[in-house]
Design a protein. Sequence first.
Length: 281
Amino acid sequence: MESQKQYPRTYSFEFFPPNTPEGQEKLRATTRQLAQLNPKFFSVTYGAGGSTRERTLGTVLDIREMGHAAAPHISCVASTRENIREWLQRYKDNGIKHLVALRGDLPSGLAAAGEFRYANELVEYTRKEFGDHFMIEVAAYPETHPQAKSAQDDLLAFKRKVDAGANSAITQYFYNADAYYRFVDECEAMNIRVPIVPGIMPIGRFSQLARFSDACGAEIPRWMRKKLEGYGDDTASIRAFGLDVVTALCDDLLQHGAPGLHFYSLNQAGLTTTIWQRLGL
Ligand code: FAD
Protein backbone atom coordinates (compact mmCIF):
# COMPACT_ATOMS: atom_id res chain seq x y z
CA MET A 1 0.00 0.00 0.00
CA GLU A 2 3.02 2.30 0.35
CA SER A 3 2.81 3.86 -3.12
CA GLN A 4 -0.88 4.77 -2.64
CA LYS A 5 -0.11 6.94 0.39
CA GLN A 6 1.56 9.61 -1.74
CA TYR A 7 -1.72 10.57 -3.47
CA PRO A 8 -4.15 13.10 -2.06
CA ARG A 9 -7.44 11.52 -1.01
CA THR A 10 -10.20 11.85 -3.59
CA TYR A 11 -13.86 11.33 -2.70
CA SER A 12 -16.45 10.90 -5.42
CA PHE A 13 -20.04 9.72 -5.89
CA GLU A 14 -21.42 7.80 -8.83
CA PHE A 15 -24.90 8.26 -10.34
CA PHE A 16 -26.75 6.76 -13.28
CA PRO A 17 -28.67 9.03 -15.68
CA PRO A 18 -32.34 9.15 -14.71
CA ASN A 19 -34.87 8.41 -17.44
CA THR A 20 -37.88 10.36 -16.20
CA PRO A 21 -38.37 14.02 -15.24
CA GLU A 22 -39.23 12.86 -11.69
CA GLY A 23 -36.00 10.88 -11.54
CA GLN A 24 -34.14 13.98 -12.68
CA GLU A 25 -35.73 16.11 -9.98
CA LYS A 26 -34.93 13.50 -7.37
CA LEU A 27 -31.32 13.33 -8.54
CA ARG A 28 -31.02 17.10 -8.16
CA ALA A 29 -32.12 16.77 -4.54
CA THR A 30 -29.62 13.90 -4.03
CA THR A 31 -26.87 15.99 -5.63
CA ARG A 32 -27.65 18.94 -3.34
CA GLN A 33 -27.45 16.67 -0.31
CA LEU A 34 -24.24 14.88 -1.31
CA ALA A 35 -22.60 18.11 -2.47
CA GLN A 36 -22.58 19.22 1.16
CA LEU A 37 -19.98 16.50 1.74
CA ASN A 38 -17.72 18.32 -0.71
CA PRO A 39 -16.71 15.46 -3.05
CA LYS A 40 -14.04 16.07 -5.68
CA PHE A 41 -16.53 15.08 -8.37
CA PHE A 42 -19.70 13.20 -9.25
CA SER A 43 -19.53 10.64 -12.05
CA VAL A 44 -22.39 9.57 -14.33
CA THR A 45 -22.59 6.13 -15.95
CA TYR A 46 -23.01 5.47 -19.66
CA GLY A 47 -25.16 2.68 -21.07
CA ALA A 48 -23.19 0.21 -23.18
CA GLY A 49 -23.43 0.90 -26.90
CA GLY A 50 -24.26 4.55 -26.16
CA SER A 51 -27.84 3.83 -25.09
CA THR A 52 -27.86 6.59 -22.43
CA ARG A 53 -25.31 8.96 -23.90
CA GLU A 54 -27.57 11.99 -24.30
CA ARG A 55 -28.85 11.53 -20.76
CA THR A 56 -25.34 10.91 -19.43
CA LEU A 57 -24.15 14.20 -20.88
CA GLY A 58 -27.37 15.99 -19.84
CA THR A 59 -26.94 14.78 -16.25
CA VAL A 60 -23.29 15.86 -16.16
CA LEU A 61 -24.22 19.32 -17.44
CA ASP A 62 -27.06 19.55 -14.93
CA ILE A 63 -24.72 18.74 -12.03
CA ARG A 64 -22.22 21.26 -13.33
CA GLU A 65 -24.92 23.91 -13.59
CA MET A 66 -25.60 23.31 -9.91
CA GLY A 67 -21.97 24.31 -9.32
CA HIS A 68 -20.30 20.91 -8.89
CA ALA A 69 -17.64 19.00 -10.81
CA ALA A 70 -18.94 16.03 -12.81
CA ALA A 71 -17.28 13.42 -15.03
CA PRO A 72 -19.16 11.33 -17.60
CA HIS A 73 -18.34 7.68 -18.19
CA ILE A 74 -17.89 6.46 -21.75
CA SER A 75 -17.86 2.86 -22.88
CA CYS A 76 -16.56 1.59 -26.19
CA VAL A 77 -18.25 -1.79 -26.63
CA ALA A 78 -20.22 -2.03 -29.90
CA SER A 79 -18.96 1.39 -31.02
CA THR A 80 -16.98 2.54 -34.02
CA ARG A 81 -13.96 4.81 -33.77
CA GLU A 82 -15.99 7.50 -35.49
CA ASN A 83 -18.84 7.24 -32.88
CA ILE A 84 -16.38 7.49 -30.05
CA ARG A 85 -14.45 10.39 -31.60
CA GLU A 86 -17.67 12.28 -32.18
CA TRP A 87 -18.80 11.70 -28.63
CA LEU A 88 -15.45 12.64 -27.07
CA GLN A 89 -15.58 15.80 -29.18
CA ARG A 90 -19.04 16.56 -27.71
CA TYR A 91 -17.62 16.12 -24.24
CA LYS A 92 -14.75 18.46 -25.12
CA ASP A 93 -17.05 21.04 -26.74
CA ASN A 94 -19.06 21.05 -23.52
CA GLY A 95 -15.99 21.87 -21.47
CA ILE A 96 -15.59 18.38 -20.02
CA LYS A 97 -12.02 17.50 -19.08
CA HIS A 98 -12.47 14.44 -16.88
CA LEU A 99 -13.97 11.08 -17.83
CA VAL A 100 -14.19 7.42 -16.85
CA ALA A 101 -13.22 5.18 -19.80
CA LEU A 102 -14.64 1.65 -19.93
CA ARG A 103 -15.22 -1.21 -22.25
CA GLY A 104 -18.80 -1.75 -21.03
CA ASP A 105 -21.00 -4.83 -21.22
CA LEU A 106 -23.77 -5.48 -23.69
CA PRO A 107 -26.97 -7.09 -22.42
CA SER A 108 -26.55 -10.87 -22.71
CA GLY A 109 -27.53 -12.25 -26.06
CA LEU A 110 -26.34 -9.24 -28.05
CA ALA A 111 -23.23 -9.65 -30.15
CA ALA A 112 -20.52 -7.11 -29.41
CA ALA A 113 -19.61 -5.99 -32.91
CA GLY A 114 -17.50 -2.88 -32.70
CA GLU A 115 -14.08 -1.48 -33.40
CA PHE A 116 -12.77 -1.59 -29.83
CA ARG A 117 -12.21 -4.85 -28.03
CA TYR A 118 -10.90 -3.66 -24.69
CA ALA A 119 -10.77 -0.47 -22.64
CA ASN A 120 -7.02 0.01 -23.16
CA GLU A 121 -7.80 0.60 -26.85
CA LEU A 122 -10.29 3.31 -25.87
CA VAL A 123 -7.72 5.00 -23.63
CA GLU A 124 -5.09 4.81 -26.37
CA TYR A 125 -7.51 6.21 -28.97
CA THR A 126 -8.58 9.06 -26.65
CA ARG A 127 -4.94 10.03 -26.07
CA LYS A 128 -4.18 9.80 -29.80
CA GLU A 129 -7.11 11.99 -30.83
CA PHE A 130 -7.33 14.40 -27.88
CA GLY A 131 -3.82 14.40 -26.39
CA ASP A 132 -3.82 15.38 -22.72
CA HIS A 133 -7.17 17.17 -22.83
CA PHE A 134 -8.95 14.61 -20.63
CA MET A 135 -8.06 13.29 -17.22
CA ILE A 136 -8.88 9.60 -17.68
CA GLU A 137 -10.07 7.20 -14.99
CA VAL A 138 -10.28 3.46 -15.68
CA ALA A 139 -11.75 0.47 -13.85
CA ALA A 140 -9.72 -1.98 -11.74
CA TYR A 141 -10.77 -5.33 -10.25
CA PRO A 142 -9.22 -6.37 -6.91
CA GLU A 143 -11.23 -9.63 -7.04
CA THR A 144 -10.54 -10.14 -10.79
CA HIS A 145 -12.92 -9.27 -13.63
CA PRO A 146 -15.30 -12.22 -14.25
CA GLN A 147 -14.23 -12.66 -17.89
CA ALA A 148 -10.48 -12.60 -17.23
CA LYS A 149 -8.57 -15.76 -18.09
CA SER A 150 -6.65 -15.42 -14.82
CA ALA A 151 -5.96 -12.90 -12.08
CA GLN A 152 -2.52 -12.30 -13.62
CA ASP A 153 -4.03 -11.63 -17.07
CA ASP A 154 -6.43 -9.17 -15.52
CA LEU A 155 -3.57 -7.34 -13.80
CA LEU A 156 -1.77 -7.12 -17.13
CA ALA A 157 -4.95 -5.79 -18.75
CA PHE A 158 -5.11 -3.11 -16.04
CA LYS A 159 -1.46 -2.24 -16.64
CA ARG A 160 -2.16 -1.82 -20.36
CA LYS A 161 -4.84 0.77 -19.56
CA VAL A 162 -2.42 2.71 -17.38
CA ASP A 163 0.37 2.41 -19.95
CA ALA A 164 -2.06 3.69 -22.59
CA GLY A 165 -2.45 6.90 -20.58
CA ALA A 166 -4.99 6.45 -17.75
CA ASN A 167 -4.34 8.87 -14.88
CA SER A 168 -6.23 7.13 -12.13
CA ALA A 169 -8.38 4.06 -11.37
CA ILE A 170 -11.59 3.28 -9.52
CA THR A 171 -12.16 -0.28 -8.40
CA GLN A 172 -15.14 -2.54 -8.71
CA TYR A 173 -16.71 -2.74 -5.25
CA PHE A 174 -15.56 -5.43 -2.85
CA TYR A 175 -16.11 -6.39 0.78
CA ASN A 176 -12.76 -8.18 1.23
CA ALA A 177 -10.26 -5.45 2.05
CA ASP A 178 -7.37 -7.93 1.74
CA ALA A 179 -8.15 -8.45 -1.94
CA TYR A 180 -7.66 -4.71 -2.47
CA TYR A 181 -4.44 -4.53 -0.44
CA ARG A 182 -2.94 -7.46 -2.34
CA PHE A 183 -4.05 -6.04 -5.68
CA VAL A 184 -2.48 -2.68 -4.90
CA ASP A 185 0.77 -4.33 -3.78
CA GLU A 186 0.87 -6.34 -7.00
CA CYS A 187 0.31 -3.17 -9.03
CA GLU A 188 3.13 -1.51 -7.13
CA ALA A 189 5.43 -4.44 -7.91
CA MET A 190 4.52 -4.07 -11.60
CA ASN A 191 5.39 -0.39 -11.46
CA ILE A 192 1.80 0.76 -11.99
CA ARG A 193 1.89 4.26 -10.60
CA VAL A 194 -1.61 5.74 -10.40
CA PRO A 195 -4.06 6.23 -7.55
CA ILE A 196 -6.35 3.18 -7.21
CA VAL A 197 -9.44 4.46 -5.43
CA PRO A 198 -11.65 1.78 -3.82
CA GLY A 199 -15.23 1.61 -5.12
CA ILE A 200 -17.70 1.33 -2.24
CA MET A 201 -21.17 -0.17 -2.54
CA PRO A 202 -23.44 0.72 0.38
CA ILE A 203 -25.91 -2.05 1.25
CA GLY A 204 -29.58 -1.18 0.95
CA ARG A 205 -31.38 -4.26 -0.33
CA PHE A 206 -29.93 -7.74 -0.31
CA SER A 207 -31.63 -9.18 -3.41
CA GLN A 208 -30.41 -6.30 -5.56
CA LEU A 209 -26.89 -6.55 -4.15
CA ALA A 210 -26.76 -10.33 -4.71
CA ARG A 211 -27.86 -9.90 -8.34
CA PHE A 212 -25.31 -7.15 -9.02
CA SER A 213 -22.53 -9.05 -7.32
CA ASP A 214 -23.15 -12.26 -9.24
CA ALA A 215 -23.05 -10.34 -12.51
CA CYS A 216 -19.92 -8.32 -11.85
CA GLY A 217 -17.90 -10.90 -9.94
CA ALA A 218 -17.80 -9.04 -6.61
CA GLU A 219 -17.82 -11.50 -3.75
CA ILE A 220 -20.20 -11.14 -0.83
CA PRO A 221 -18.33 -13.10 1.85
CA ARG A 222 -20.26 -16.08 3.20
CA TRP A 223 -20.63 -14.64 6.71
CA MET A 224 -22.18 -11.47 5.25
CA ARG A 225 -24.41 -13.35 2.86
CA LYS A 226 -25.71 -15.58 5.65
CA LYS A 227 -26.48 -12.61 7.89
CA LEU A 228 -28.16 -10.66 5.09
CA GLU A 229 -30.21 -13.67 3.97
CA GLY A 230 -31.25 -14.23 7.57
CA TYR A 231 -32.82 -10.78 7.79
CA GLY A 232 -35.34 -11.70 5.08
CA ASP A 233 -37.59 -8.69 4.43
CA ASP A 234 -36.41 -6.79 7.48
CA THR A 235 -34.91 -3.87 5.57
CA ALA A 236 -34.10 -1.91 8.73
CA SER A 237 -31.79 -4.71 9.94
CA ILE A 238 -30.22 -5.07 6.48
CA ARG A 239 -29.45 -1.35 6.41
CA ALA A 240 -28.13 -1.31 9.97
CA PHE A 241 -25.86 -4.31 9.33
CA GLY A 242 -24.77 -2.90 5.95
CA LEU A 243 -23.92 0.46 7.49
CA ASP A 244 -21.78 -1.20 10.17
CA VAL A 245 -19.93 -3.46 7.73
CA VAL A 246 -19.34 -0.84 5.03
CA THR A 247 -18.30 1.87 7.50
CA ALA A 248 -15.77 -0.54 9.04
CA LEU A 249 -14.50 -1.42 5.54
CA CYS A 250 -14.04 2.26 4.60
CA ASP A 251 -12.33 3.00 7.89
CA ASP A 252 -9.91 0.11 7.38
CA LEU A 253 -9.17 1.19 3.79
CA LEU A 254 -8.45 4.79 4.77
CA GLN A 255 -6.31 3.73 7.71
CA HIS A 256 -4.23 1.56 5.37
CA GLY A 257 -3.64 4.52 3.06
CA ALA A 258 -6.31 4.21 0.34
CA PRO A 259 -6.29 7.38 -1.78
CA GLY A 260 -9.96 8.20 -1.14
CA LEU A 261 -13.28 6.46 -1.75
CA HIS A 262 -15.69 6.31 -4.72
CA PHE A 263 -19.26 5.58 -3.61
CA TYR A 264 -21.70 3.79 -5.89
CA SER A 265 -24.46 6.02 -4.58
CA LEU A 266 -27.14 4.72 -6.99
CA ASN A 267 -28.87 8.13 -7.01
CA GLN A 268 -29.56 7.98 -3.25
CA ALA A 269 -27.97 10.17 -0.61
CA GLY A 270 -29.00 8.42 2.63
CA LEU A 271 -26.61 5.49 3.03
CA THR A 272 -23.60 7.35 1.62
CA THR A 273 -24.21 10.31 3.93
CA THR A 274 -24.56 8.11 7.02
CA ILE A 275 -21.34 6.22 6.23
CA TRP A 276 -19.59 9.53 5.63
CA GLN A 277 -20.76 10.96 8.94
CA ARG A 278 -19.79 7.82 10.83
CA LEU A 279 -16.32 8.00 9.30
CA GLY A 280 -16.05 11.59 10.51
CA LEU A 281 -14.94 12.77 7.09
P1 FAD B 1 -11.41 -4.04 -19.83
O1 FAD B 1 -10.37 -3.36 -19.05
O2 FAD B 1 -11.32 -3.98 -21.32
O3 FAD B 1 -11.46 -5.55 -19.37
C1 FAD B 1 -12.52 -6.40 -19.75
C2 FAD B 1 -12.10 -7.85 -19.69
O4 FAD B 1 -11.24 -8.14 -20.79
C3 FAD B 1 -11.30 -8.25 -18.45
O5 FAD B 1 -11.68 -9.55 -18.10
C4 FAD B 1 -9.85 -8.20 -18.90
O6 FAD B 1 -9.03 -9.05 -18.14
C5 FAD B 1 -10.01 -8.71 -20.32
N1 FAD B 1 -8.98 -8.25 -21.25
C6 FAD B 1 -8.48 -7.00 -21.40
N2 FAD B 1 -7.57 -6.96 -22.39
C7 FAD B 1 -7.52 -8.21 -22.92
C8 FAD B 1 -6.78 -8.82 -23.99
N3 FAD B 1 -5.94 -8.12 -24.75
N4 FAD B 1 -7.00 -10.14 -24.24
C9 FAD B 1 -7.88 -10.88 -23.51
N5 FAD B 1 -8.60 -10.35 -22.48
C10 FAD B 1 -8.42 -9.03 -22.20
N6 FAD B 1 -20.21 -0.32 -17.54
C11 FAD B 1 -20.97 0.42 -18.37
O7 FAD B 1 -21.53 -0.12 -19.33
N7 FAD B 1 -21.14 1.75 -18.18
C12 FAD B 1 -20.56 2.41 -17.15
O8 FAD B 1 -20.72 3.61 -17.00
C13 FAD B 1 -19.72 1.66 -16.26
N8 FAD B 1 -19.06 2.26 -15.24
C14 FAD B 1 -18.18 1.53 -14.46
C15 FAD B 1 -17.43 2.19 -13.49
C16 FAD B 1 -16.52 1.49 -12.70
C17 FAD B 1 -15.70 2.23 -11.69
C18 FAD B 1 -16.38 0.08 -12.87
C19 FAD B 1 -15.43 -0.70 -12.01
C20 FAD B 1 -17.13 -0.58 -13.85
C21 FAD B 1 -18.03 0.13 -14.65
N9 FAD B 1 -18.77 -0.48 -15.66
C22 FAD B 1 -19.57 0.26 -16.49
C23 FAD B 1 -18.67 -1.94 -15.87
C24 FAD B 1 -17.61 -2.30 -16.90
O9 FAD B 1 -17.96 -1.79 -18.15
C25 FAD B 1 -17.53 -3.83 -16.94
O10 FAD B 1 -16.95 -4.32 -15.77
C26 FAD B 1 -16.87 -4.40 -18.18
O11 FAD B 1 -17.12 -5.80 -18.21
C27 FAD B 1 -15.36 -4.23 -18.23
O12 FAD B 1 -15.01 -2.96 -18.49
P2 FAD B 1 -13.47 -2.52 -18.39
O13 FAD B 1 -13.39 -1.14 -18.84
O14 FAD B 1 -12.92 -2.85 -17.07
O15 FAD B 1 -12.86 -3.52 -19.48
